[in-house]
Each structure stands twice: as C-alpha cells, then as structure tokens.
Design a protein around this ligand. Structure first.
Ligand code: GLY
Length: 601
C-alpha cells in the first residue's frame, strides 16, 4: 500500500523527531468514554433467510426502500442509496445527507473502498475546541452548533460510487425517501424516546418546529411527520446530483446556518464545492487461516484495531473454556480485553487521516505484521495491565503524543447483497445524536429539513500534549477526522471470489468491539448471525473493562476483578446488522437493541 508523503512544516518535523531533551510521554488517563446513543430496549429478532438478495438496515422503512430497489433490478449500491436517503428521514438522529460515510463495495469482481468522510473546513482552527485556559471544552459544548460542522461527504461519495456501480437511474433511488418525506412517516418509538427532554434540539428553530408540538412536547410515537423541506432538497439532488447540495441555494443556506449560529463555524461554500470523495485501498487481513476480513483503512481506525485484537488473540494460548454457560467466560474476556487495551493504545497514537499523517513505516500493515502482533501478545499476562502503552511497530523518528479517548457517537449501518454477486457494507454518520443539533432546510422555508453533522469533534480536541508533542488526529484544514466505523466484508479463502459475510454497527469507539464480537461468535464459535449479534457486548477502551449491564453472571465480574480488572457494567447499545452466505442463500441478523430489520427474497 503506498502512502502519499504529507507536507510537514519544519517546526512540526522537529517536534515529531523529538528534538532536544527527551520528554516523558504522557499517557492520558483512559476514562470510560460515555456510551453512544441509548438502546431501544430489547426486541427479540428472529433471524432471516433469503435465497437471492438481502438488505439489513436500522429502520424497517429504510430496509423496505432497499428491498424495493433490489426487486426492481437495482444493484446493492442502488439499494444502499435508497436506504440512506430514507434513514436520513426516519432515523435522523444517526445519519443523513448532512453527514459522511464509509462504503466497502464488492462490485462482483473487485473490492472498492469509498471514503465519504466529512472534512475540516479550509480555515479550521486546531484550537477550536480549547477554552482560553487551553483545556478542552466539555464534550456537550463542543458538539453543539456551527463550530462542530465539517463538510458533509455522503452524497458526493454515493454519487461517485453510483457512476461506477449503479444500475438504476440516480433519481429513481430518491423516490422512496421523497414519497415518505412528502406523505409523512410514523415516528418510531426509538426516535420518540430520543426526542423526549431533548433541550438541545429545541434551541434550533427548524428542529423545534419540526420535531415538537406548539407546547414543546415531542410528537408522539406513530405521529405522521412530514418533511417537505427535505423532500425538496432530495428532489434537487435527484435531479441535479450532489452539485445541487454543494453549490447554489442549498449550499448557501447550509453555510448561513453554520455561520449565523450562536456558536458559529467557519465552513464556506468553497469548502462544499471543493469536497471530493476519496477512493481508498481496502485493508484485508487473514484470520484463523480460513477467513479474509476486509475493512476500511484510515481515516477509520476500525479495521486496524479490530484485526489487532483478533490477531493478538490468535497468538495467545486459547483458554480451555472460552464460553461458559453460552457466554464469554472470564479467562477469554481477560485475553480479549487485554488485546483491546493494546489495540486502543495504538489507535490513540498512530491513526489519523493518511493524507496528513504517515503510517508507521509508511504502511498501515506494519500494525498488523506477524512479528509485531507476537510482541504485543507477549505483553498479555495473567493479570490485567490496566492501561496499555502504544507499541513501536517499526523503529521510527516520528513521535506522536497519545490522543486521550474522546466520546464518539451516532452512526447507522447498512449491509446488502444483491442477486448478482455484489455486496456492500456501509457505515454512515452525523456523529452525535442529531449531529450538531442544527438543521438546514435548503432555504425552502417549507418546514423540516436535514441535520448537520458534528464530525469536527471526532478530531482530538487537543492538538498536542503539554510538552508540545503533536497528536496525529489533531484538527488541520482539509483533514478528515479519525473514525471508528468498521464496515466489514469477509471472504472465505477456501470458497468462491465473493464475500460470505457483510456486517457493521453504530456505537462510536465501541463499534470495533461490536464487530469483533460478532465475527468471533459467528465464525469461530459457530453461532448463527442473529445469535452472534444477540450475545452480550463487552470491551475495553484501554481503561476499565466494560460489560453490557446485567448480561454477565456475578462470578464473571468477580473473576475479572481477581485478575486486576476494573470492571464497569454499562449499556453497550450496538446496532449490528449482518448478512451471511449459507448453502442455500443468505441468512441475516439485526440487533435486538435497536429497530433494524432484514428483508430479502
Ligand atoms: N462519529 C463516529 C465515527 O466516525 O466513528
């Protein structure tokens, strides 16, 4: 994999090279990051089967839109575009045209990796999220308003991918969302629950008028919500492509909302017009000798961390009883969370937009090299290391500071296989719940609109540590923030050319654990896709060990504590979607913690 050498100013070269007296490295306290969007209770899902094609998404109306496109002869990509446009309407808290996405697409012959990540404005300030005293703003302050908005990327990215892999006309793919936006859709229990008490949304005039009644109460479950402004914006994009959003009145309105917010941002129409989706090279890593797991490269940290965890586990002596009573047992959880600590330490130091930050040794695969993973695995002992240090995959003069773990939120995942051997995994986001809490309506004044992302807060709030050592994922103009999104396609090295599995999840930094759990439970332990998703969640972000609340027996918590783990039970609300090839077609699973469903023929 070749990396473009970034331009680095002299002062930064000196800092990176660690010139002058050696400075002790600060290892930031790895607190438990606040968990992303809450779950929607637990709705048991049956698991689904189909023979030819299948679509899995986070809301039944969105799944239906994708299904309709597949039935109409559309490709997996066509279906994904229809799903995305409906998700932005019916699941506006998680993704939409005001955000970004990573798409991993098997086009029937080759793997494509499309980067539609949001991008920092051209005049973005590396210190935008610091208070005058140099300390980071509290997270809930940082995510709010225009300052947090980065240039959206999902529409231009889907348009570029559609030029290569679309079968149905572009405009056709917007019809389901436009019809639902005009005719109205029934507010789901999940959307309603996230609106209750949401003072942040009430501060935005468009959002307040759209989501709440005249008394300031959120519209109830089942209320038919119409969004004529979004219908008009989608119609313009359907007719004129992404240019309708990046230039002209829709762009002018977007920039005006950001600029005139009480906490203004620096996004300009020039930023919108200049946005380019990127074609990247997918990362593919062999696992358990049989599987080839493919995922997204930086700016996502997802695949690297996922495969570091799986790779370290593969190099440890397997515990006698990984599962106890059908759940991961303490010996296995100890190994898993130690592997996770090591992976999150590397993630915090090395991973950032590859157009700005070189990979260690010039190639991200150094983080997954056999010799390096053996060295990392050798650090796993009988007791928890508590907090792991980042490693040194290759000797390097570069010396980044560790980025403290920060909250990341939002997102939604789509998995689709079509009837002609194409498949995709796409994870899509506006970051926090309802993004920046800021709506734009294309200047239509029709009522409703779409939410703008707060992806700037996925950058490190601190540009450097207290010694001045730069953090790789700091804000820089035109840079893409590091992500945890982990759209994943799995290939069988002993089988045919196409993917045998597509999966992914929302969940901020916990996405990596959710995907790891599902892969292990399905491909290693043999649970079917739905049961693998149902399994309790667990992980570590290089701090405490976190277990999904009330899903593990007390004996497991006690055994982990006896090995030195600080154990926290917490909500770990995954939103996994998975599709798996079977001898007679496909089986699909959707997370019981959220509202997703699977459809297929
Ligand atoms: N904003 C969540 C992510 O990109 O991982």
């Amino acid at each position: 994999m070749r990396q473009r050498r970034p331009w680095v100013p002299l002062a930064l070269v000196l800092a990176l090279a660690g010139c002058g007296a050696p400075v002790p490295r600060e290892t930031p306290a790895a607190a438990l990051p606040p968990m992303p969007e809450p779950a929607s209770g637990w709705t048991a899902k049956p698991g689904w089967h189909a023979q030819r094609f299948m679509v899995a998404a986070a809301n039944p109306l969105a799944t239906q839109a994708g299904y309709d496109m597949l039935r109409a002869g559309g490709s997996a990509l066509d279906a994904a575009i229809a799903v995305q446009m409906v998700l932005g309407l019916v699941e506006p808290q998680s993704s939409g045209i005001g955000g970004g996405a990573f798409l991993l697409l098997w086009d029937g012959r080759a793997l494509q990796a499309w980067d539609g990540r949001e991008t920092a404005p051209k005049v973005a300030d590396p210190r935008a999220f610091l208070k005058p005293d140099g300390q980071p703003l509290p997270f809930l302050q940082a995510i709010d308003g225009g300052r947090a908005v980065a240039t959206p990327g999902v529409v231009p990215m889907l348009e570029a991918a559609h030029r290569e892999a679309g079968r149905l006309p572009w405009a056709r793919l917007f019809e389901p969302a436009i019809a639902l936006a005009e005719g109205g859709f029934a507010i789901s229990p999940r959307l309603h629950s996230l609106l209750v008490g949401n003072a942040r949304l009430q501060r935005d005039p468009l959002a307040r008028a759209y989501f709440f009644d005249a008394a300031g109460q959120p519209h109830p479950v089942g209320h038919r919500l119409r969004n004529p402004a979004l219908a008009a914006v989608l119609r313009a994009i359907a007719q004129r492509g992404s240019a309708a959003m990046s230039t002209g009145p829709i762009a002018t309105d977007l920039v005006r909302r950001v600029d005139q917010h009480a906490v203004p941002g620096v996004l300009t129409e020039a930023d919108l017009a200049a946005y380019q989706p990127r074609r990247r090279e997918a990362l593919c890593t062999d696992w358990l000798q049989r599987w080839r797991v493919c995922g997204f490269p930086p700016p996502s940290s997802g695949h690297l961390a996922l495969m570091q965890i799986l790779g370290v586990l593969e190099r440890l002596p397997p515990p006698a009883q990984p599962l106890q009573g059908g759940l991961p047992g303490p010996d296995w959880l100890h190994q898993y969370t130690e592997a996770a600590r090591l992976a999150y330490a590397d993630r915090g130091r090395f991973v950032a937009d590859p157009d700005f930050v070189p990979a260690p040794g010039g190639d991200w695969s150094t983080l997954l090299a056999d010799e390096y993973l053996r060295r990392r695995a050798a650090l796993v002992g009988a007791r928890s290391m508590g907090q792991a240090p980042a490693g040194e995959p290759v000797p390097s003069p570069l010396s980044w500071a560790d980025m403290p773990e920060q909250p990341e939120h939002g997102t939604s995942h789509i998995s689709i296989v079509d009837g002609e051997g194409r498949a995709l995994a796409m994870t899509t986001t506006i970051e926090y719940l309802f993004g920046a809490g800021l709506m734009a309506d294309g200047g239509t004044g029709l009522g409703g609109g779409y939410l703008l992302n707060n992806e700037m807060s996925d950058f490190s709030a601190r540009p450097a540590d207290s010694q001045g050592r730069p953090i790789a994922n700091r804000i820089e103009p035109g840079k893409r923030p590091r992500s945890s999104m982990s759209p994943t396609l799995v290939f069988d090295r002993q089988g045919g050319p196409g993917p045998v599995m597509s999966l992914g999840s929302p969940g901020g930094p916990a996405i990596i654990h959710f995907v790891a759990k599902t892969l292990i439970a399905h491909l290693q332990w043999g649970l079917d896709a739905q049961r693998a998703i149902d399994l309790p969640n667990f992980g570590s972000f290089n701090g405490p060990t976190v277990l999904e609340s009330r899903r593990f027996p007390a004996a497991t918590l006690d055994a982990l504590r006896a090995r030195g783990h600080e154990v926290n039970e917490t909500a770990l609300p995954s939103g996994l979607q998975a599709i798996r090839r079977t001898p007679d077609g496909w089986s699909g699973g959707s997370d019981p913690r959220r509202e997703g469903v699977v459809m297929g023929d």
